[in-house]
Design a binder for this molecule. Structure first.
Ligand SMILES: *[C@@H]1O[C@H](CO)[C@@H](O)[C@H](O)[C@H]1NC(C)=O
Ligand SMILES: *[C@@H]1O[C@H](CO)[C@@H](O)[C@H](O)[C@H]1NC(C)=O
Ligand SMILES: *[C@@H]1O[C@H](CO)[C@@H](O)[C@H](O)[C@H]1NC(C)=O
Length: 383
């Protein structure tokens, strides 16, 4: 829980900001392991600007920001001292968060707990404020009337700056990415019989070239279909990167399929059928375990997941779809590294596969020789 940081920022420098920060500090001191990571920060750090806070949020400096707005205390006290029938307490505190950064974590873990904290804040602040007003306003009918006009001194407004919408985008940023792994795996299995049947029937160099270009070409079109499927569900990729968002997402899916598929392909080449599905299960579980939730929320055991491919597909897709932090350079870098290593190993694993299936390769070679030189060989035998 403390990993989900909440910046408590004071633009107010009156009663509201410090009260909020003290509540955060008290909550953390009371139960450090089961409380969100409340951190008090001065408004000057953000130049007293909500835009600066949003920028820091987008930069993932924290998960949530609770900002006591400038002059919140002044506006509140003005309503009690002078009167303001249109005083709106919800303007006193702004809460910023990016649901799209990780909707699972925010919606299930962070948001409900933060709402409890905010409700608690409104209740406690109201209670102490009304008590101190009641004490000082005793006998002052006009002041008591103003107090009754504004029963709630401060409240808050929520701003979700990167909503997880449309809901169909959940497919492209969560569960749907598992299908990238499944489709790349199925292609390996489906092409396997064809590849094995062709061993020895095609000249060796040409066979290697065929094998090494096969999946890049196949996945190029599969990933285009994957993009088309998202488009059919009216998911827009042009909100933050213009129309190139479509191409970026297509390329991301393509490289991701290659990263997933070529690893399976190499295992299949070296070990063959009974081990390929076994590796696939490991591949799906290890990717899903480290991909869907932020690594920093998991046990340290999972830190190897920082280099695992699915995580980078998800982070990249969220940047394109929801406008969260742009780590596309890193995401493409990690995925391309997986592809590069797999491609470098592939000639070696194809060679191992041909050795493993030597008998079949030899039979295929003989068959071709017979077909091409069949007559001359028969004639030769007759002689
Ligand atoms: C802070 O805000 C002032 C006034 O808006 C501006 O002149 C100044 O450049 C800002 N400073 C930073 C560090 O953003
Ligand atoms: C806050 O109040 C002070 C003094 O009342 C005033 O000078 C300042 O302009 C106010 N700031 C904002 C942002 O309203
Ligand atoms: C009364 O409250 C509203 C909303 O909070 C605010 O916009 C307005 O400036 C306040 N009026 C005065 C005179 O303070």
């Amino acid at each position: 829980m403390p990993v989900l940081t909440v910046a408590l920022i004071d633009f107010d420098n009156g009663e509201v900001g410090p009260f909020l920060q003290q509540m955060g500090a008290a909550a953390r001191a009371a139960n450090p392991k089961k409380t969100l990571g409340y951190v008090s920060q001065p408004g000057s750090k953000y130049n007293y600007s909500n835009d600066e806070v949003r920028r820091a949020l987008q930069h993932e400096d924290f998960w949530f920001a609770v900002v006591a707005q400038a002059n919140a205390t002044t506006a509140m006290n003005h309503a009690y001292d002078v009167g303001n029938s249109s005083y709106d307490p919800t303007g006193a505190v702004h809460v910023y968060y990016e649901e799209g950064r990780n909707a699972l974590t925010i919606d299930e873990i962070g948001y409900p707990v933060l709402l409890d904290f905010l409700t608690d804040f409104v209740m406690s602040f109201t209670k102490q404020k009304q008590q101190s007003l009641a004490a000082s306003n005793a006998g002052n009918a006009a002041a008591l009337a103003r107090q009754a006009d504004n029963p709630i001194p401060v409240a808050y407004t929520l701003f979700n700056t990167a909503p997880d919408t449309p809901s169909t985008a959940e497919a492209a940023t969560e569960i749907g990415t598992i299908y990238l792994i499944i489709i790349s795996f199925l292609s390996i299995l489906m092409f396997n019989s064809l590849n094995e049947a062709m061993m020895g029937k095609v000249p060796t160099v040409r066979y290697y070239v065929y094998r090494m270009t096969l999946f890049p070409v196949v996945y190029f079109f599969f990933s285009l279909l994957y993009l088309a499927l998202s488009c059919a569900w009216k998911i827009r990729f042009d909100k933050f990167y213009g129309s190139s968002g479509y191409v970026i997402y297509w390329m991301l899916s393509w490289i991701a399929m290659l990263a997933f598929g070529l690893a399976v392909e190499n295992v299949n080449n070296v070990l063959g059928p009974p081990f390929t599905p076994f590796f696939f299960v490991f591949w799906v579980i290890s990717n899903v375990a480290t991909g869907f939730f932020p690594i920093e929320l998991l046990s340290n055991f999972y830190r190897w997941g920082l280099a695992w491919p699915l995580r980078h597909v998800l982070i990249g897709a969220k940047a394109i779809l929801f406008g969260t932090k742009d780590l596309l350079g890193l995401n493409f870098g990690v995925l391309i590294a997986w592809v590069a290593v797999s491609l470098a190993l592939q000639p070696f694993t194809i060679w191992m596969q041909m050795r493993r299936r030597r008998a079949a390769v030899e039979a295929n070679r003989r068959q071709v020789l017979e077909r091409v030189y069949g007559k001359t060989e028969e004639e030769a035998e007759k002689c």
